[in-house]
Design a protein around this ligand. Structure first.
Ligand code: SF4
Length: 295
């Protein structure tokens, strides 16, 4: 009999869990609710919420929306989104994760205290990720977003750097960018600017724990199934990490994508997922795999 187990550390992160629970509770009580953007980068979960009545709108639609209730997702929003909602008489249900909200405040405080003629704010993140867009909104867009070490030459070497991170980035990549920035400053402007380099690794603790947890889990199985939306940056990063630990890893976004032939001569299957993948989804994959492998 094949052993099939779910990664005990997998499931929604705290911020996503809270926003999904808020949406579910309100929808089940019969409230009409709009969601601004996908609540989670997970098509199956979004389909489930939409079947409960959630209507997803984009930022353009928010401008013309008649008064109603709109849920903001865990990634957070820039200040102008709140202004647009208020001008429209729209009630905001704010699902911003408290960790993201704290980072938004921190960034604004740092920016307001800076001498902009001598200092620059740098964010390690994805330029088009909603959280990064929300962070940029706190500082009037006046920060440089770096998504990899290749981007470091975009900084002004004559200004000191204060580095922050989008909460869902890879901690190891953060260290690489941090080092590349220091090296760049040292090379182009000498020890003085380098000495004033400041760095705040604002990656979420839940993200930092996921790789060590996955590392302990993924190596134990003949086959690994990694479950997440293909548009989840966290999902892509963790899948790639999982595959580096266990080469027989398959990335699926839905149980229907599982193929029976993956399990020939297999004695154990591990199932894990991103911070945007629910425990319920992982359990439904497990049940599906059980049926497939016993038939
Ligand atoms: S990854 Fe962390 S900061 Fe981001 S939504 Fe989840 S709990 Fe909040």
């Amino acid at each position: 009999m094949i052993k099939i187990e779910i990664d005990p550390a997998a499931g929604f992160c705290f911020g996503v869990d809270e926003v999904i629970k808020t949406a579910e509770k309100r929808l089940r009580s019969g409230e009409a609710l709009y969601g601004l953007g996908d609540m989670v980068h997970n098509a199956a979960e979004m389909k489930r919420l939409q079947s409960l009545g959630l209507k997803t709108i984009d930022h353009q639609q928010l401008i013309d929306l008649p008064p109603g209730k709109v849920l903001f997702r865990a990634h957070g929003e820039p200040p102008e989104t709140y202004i647009i909602a208020e001008q429209n008489g729209v009630e905001v249900i704010d699902g911003t994760c408290p960790i993201v909200a704290r980072l938004q405040r921190k960034l604004k405080k740092a920016y307001d205290a800076m001498d902009h003629s001598k200092e620059q704010l740098v964010i390690f993140g994805k330029p088009d990720h909603p959280e990064t867009i929300g962070l940029l909104g706190q500082v009037d867009g006046d920060a440089l977003v770096l998504s990899s070490v290749e981007d470091v030459s975009a900084i002004d070497p004559e200004k000191r750097v204060w580095l922050f991170s989008q909460t869902t980035m890879d901690p190891e990549r953060f260290k690489e960018v941090e080092k590349a920035l220091k090296d760049y400053l040292r090379k182009h402007s000498g020890e003085i600017k380098y000495a004033h380099f400041r760095s705040d690794c604002t990656i979420c603790g839940q993200m930092k724990k996921r790789k060590p947890g996955l590392s302990r889990f993924a190596r134990k199985y003949d086959v690994m199934l990694f479950v997440s939306g293909k548009n989840s940056s966290n999902g892509k990063m963790l899948y790639e990490y999982c595959k580096s630990l266990n080469p027989v890893t398959y990335w699926i976004s839905d149980k229907e994508e599982v193929e029976k032939q993956w399990f020939e001569e297999c004695r154990s299957i591990g199932i894990s997922g991103a911070t945007s993948t629910s425990r319920a989804q992982l359990e439904s994959v497990l049940e599906h795999v059980k049926k497939l492998t016993s038939s």
